[in-house]
Ligand binder design. Structure first.
Ligand SMILES: Cc1cc2nc3c(=O)[nH]c(=O)nc-3n(C[C@H](O)[C@H](O)[C@H](O)COP(=O)(O)OP(=O)(O)OC[C@H]3O[C@@H](n4cnc5c(N)ncnc54)[C@H](O)[C@@H]3O)c2cc1C
Length: 386
């Protein structure tokens, strides 16, 4: 089959309008291959999209170039967001980096990246409010997709870009995400420069990591002027439910969260004390490192659906976009959908398993004893290799 036949005769569905699914739809659109993207959220603005992401030159940025969006990305990206500070709980500073003007991992807010991708797609590609409930394998690799709203579609290829708890993954593997040992609480300091000038000056233009006692406080300046704060706890899986902290009552929750950091420096406690508005508790899950499956025609996984990992290598979004690029280019090169998917899967296993190993090692190191000193050594080794 030629790529022209794929364009005319093959129906490709992407489930999930996250960074992976949208990048895939965009690159295929660039090559004249039509797709449909099914997304369960009712519309583009129905959910707060969360914090800032660093987009790497050798993965996420490559995908944006292939998508024809790199110049627009550059105009939106915050290169100064690569500022990085590392401290321990006493406030001792281990690393204090001031970003160069043109580094390799600039930041962009998740919502801004999503908007960039959404605006680049033909509007009829995305079907909002379509929650996939089941994908049923049929003859010849086709799949029948059933949605909560009653819609049914039969497609030649379904790409699962539906994230951590993919409903399509069980067609390919019995592996399920396991709790990583880490729970986080996400808080925000609104309008930081004006309303929280001391914390804004302390945090600088990028990320501040404070690590000790198997816990962490991470502050991350976003493009909209907020500081996103992650409180991280290496703790048993049930803790968020059993700790008794009322996360829906922010003032009381802050008071109780501060108790977990009562011997931390004031400059660090201030991230909690001064937080505004609601907070989001979440457990961090991961798939087995190096997950593979037996190839089946007509279905594949990209992004978190394929290789969910902890966020401590900063690779999740970058890999989702790289997967999208590799799969799209494979489809365009092979013409034959089945060969294209198989070639993509082989390539993806290789690079994603390396990132998953790195992410797993970072997770263990960041929440070990003397984490700030150990992370400093690791980063120094990395810089020496560059
Ligand atoms: C707290 C936290 C911080 C992080 N920080 C970073 C970071 O700094 N850098 C980084 O690279 N990564 C980070 N990550 C990881 C990153 O968010 C993910 O790896 C990335 O979003 C994966 O993209 P995706 O497109 O595969 O999936 P997702 O972004 O999860 O998108 C999946 C989409 O599928 C939709 N969907 C789900 N189920 C269905 C269904 N049944 N039917 C239809 N639609 C469905 C969802 O609504 C969603 O829009 C972080 C993750 C967390 C939890």
């Amino acid at each position: 089959m030629t790529i022209e036949q794929v364009k005319e005769e093959q129906r490709i569905a992407i489930v999930g309008a996250g960074p992976g699914g949208l990048t895939l739809a965009r690159i295929l659109q660039q090559h004249g291959v039509k797709t449909v993207v099914y997304e369960r959220e009712p519309g583009p603005h129905s959910r707060q999209q969360g914090g800032s992401l660093d987009i790497h030159h050798d993965s996420g940025q490559m995908a944006l170039r292939e998508a024809g969006l790199f110049e627009q990305f550059e105009a939106l990206a915050r290169y100064e967001g690569e500022d990085f500070r590392l401290l321990d709980k006493t406030g001792k500073v281990y690393i204090d980096e001031f970003a160069e003007s043109q580094g390799q991992r600039p930041e962009i807010d998740r919502g801004t990246l999503r908007e960039l991708l959404l605006n680049s797609l033909d509007p009829d590609i995305i079907q909002w409010g379509h929650n996939l409930v089941q994908a049923i394998p049929m003859e010849n690799g086709r799949h029948e997709l059933h949605f909560e709203n009653g819609h049914v579609d039969t497609v030649h290829l379904v790409v699962a870009a539906d994230g951590a708890f993919s409903r399509i993954r069980p067609l390919l593997t019995d592996s399920v995400p396991a709790y990583s040992g880490l729970s986080m609480v996400e808080l925000y300091l609104d309008n930081a420069a004006i309303d929280h000038p001391e914390i804004a000056a302390f945090n600088r233009r990028g990320k501040m990591f404070a690590l000790a006692d198997h816990k962490g406080i991470v502050g991350q300046l976003n493009g909209d002027g907020r500081i996103c704060v992650y409180l991280a706890f290496q703790i048993e899986q049930e803790w968020l439910d059993t700790c008794g902290i009322p996360f829906d009552q922010p003032e009381e929750a802050k008071r109780q969260l501060l108790k977990h950091f009562d011997d931390w420096d004031e400059s660090l406690q201030n991230y909690i004390r001064s937080a505004d508005g609601p907070m989001i508790p979440r457990r961090i899950y991961m798939l087995p490192v190096g997950l593979k499956w037996t190839h089946k025609p007509g279905v594949t996984l990209i992004g978190d659906a394929a290789h969910l990992m902890s966020p401590f290598a900063g690779e999740g979004v970058n890999l989702a976009m790289l997967d999208a690029m590799e799969l799209a280019l494979s489809i365009v090169q092979h013409g034959d959908l089945d060969k294209a998917v198989e070639a993509y899967e082989m390539k993806m296993y290789d690079y994603s398993s390396k990132s998953a190993e790195e992410s797993d090692a970072n997770l263990k190191l960041i929440f070990s004893d003397d984490a700030a000193a150990k992370l400093t050594d690791l980063m120094n080794q990395y810089y020496e290799q560059q």
